[in-house]
Design a protein around this ligand. Structure first.
Ligand SMILES: [Zn+2]
Length: 230
């Protein structure tokens, strides 16, 4: 099981880790580490990229994926002879920060929309550069007209307050109590990572996030559409 060190600090771009395995699967050759600061793709957020330096090797990390309890760091070849060695992990700073901003922005848009339009609740977020969106469902069948200007004004007002983005681990029964709109079951005994912007509601999330809203200055919604359900 890989320890997920990226949970602890979005701004930690380098760290030491031990190579536990190197093999390949249908996605290519990969490394596994005892702990990782590389974010594996998931929750609507793309994976980190970067490099691991071991001895004279500069091992490129192209993408990172979760496979059950393991995190696989995909690279250019199998490095079996480096198993057991400690390396220096370097996460690409610019992509990490961009992904964190886009993901936090998705949560902020959900929070603002749900506070302005209580009939709507967020069901899905996609935070890839150039194609970000948040999808909402309606409790009563999309009765409210959405004003993009109003939502953008409120986003700007909240960002000016520079609220903190807090993260904590919470037990499964507490998650169900905090998030009544959640559409999936969280098994008992598991603890879930939650994020919360200022006093907005908690939301379960395993992504990387900015420390506070000042990093989201300039955020604007550009388009809103209603999808007909078949
Ligand atoms: Zn999230």
């Amino acid at each position: 099981m890989t320890h997920l060190a990226y949970f602890e600090n979005t701004y930690k771009f380098n760290d030491q880790a031990i190579i536990m395995a190197s093999d390949k699967d249908e996605s290519g050759p990969y490394l596994m580490l005892n702990q990782t600061i590389f974010y594996p793709q998931g929750g609507g957020q793309p994976s980190d990229q970067g490099m691991i330096k071991v001895e004279h090797h500069h091992i490129p990390i192209y993408r990172v994926k979760n496979m059950g309890d393991e995190v696989r760091h995909y690279t250019d070849q199998v490095y079996e002879h480096l198993i057991g060695q400690e390396g220096a992990c370097l996460v690409d700073r610019d992509t990490r920060l961009l992904h964190a901003k886009l993901h936090s922005a998705g949560h902020l848009i959900s929070n603002v929309m749900e506070s302005l339009y209580p009939d709507y609740y967020a069901v899905k977020g996609h935070h890839f550069p150039g194609e970000c969106y948040v999808e909402f469902n309606s409790k009563n069948g999309f009765l409210d007209e959405i004003s993009i200007d109003l939502v953008n004004e409120e986003i700007e007002r909240v960002i000016r307050k520079n609220l903190r983005v807090n993260m904590e681990q919470v037990s499964a029964d507490k998650v169900n109590a905090l998030c009544p709109n959640i559409t999936y079951n969280i098994p008992n005994g598991q603890s879930i990572r939650m994020i919360r912007i200022g006093d907005f509601p908690f939301s379960p999330c395993g992504g990387t996030h900015v420390k506070s809203l000042q990093e989201l200055q300039g955020l604007k919604i550009t388009k809103c559409k209603i999808k007909k359900m078949s």
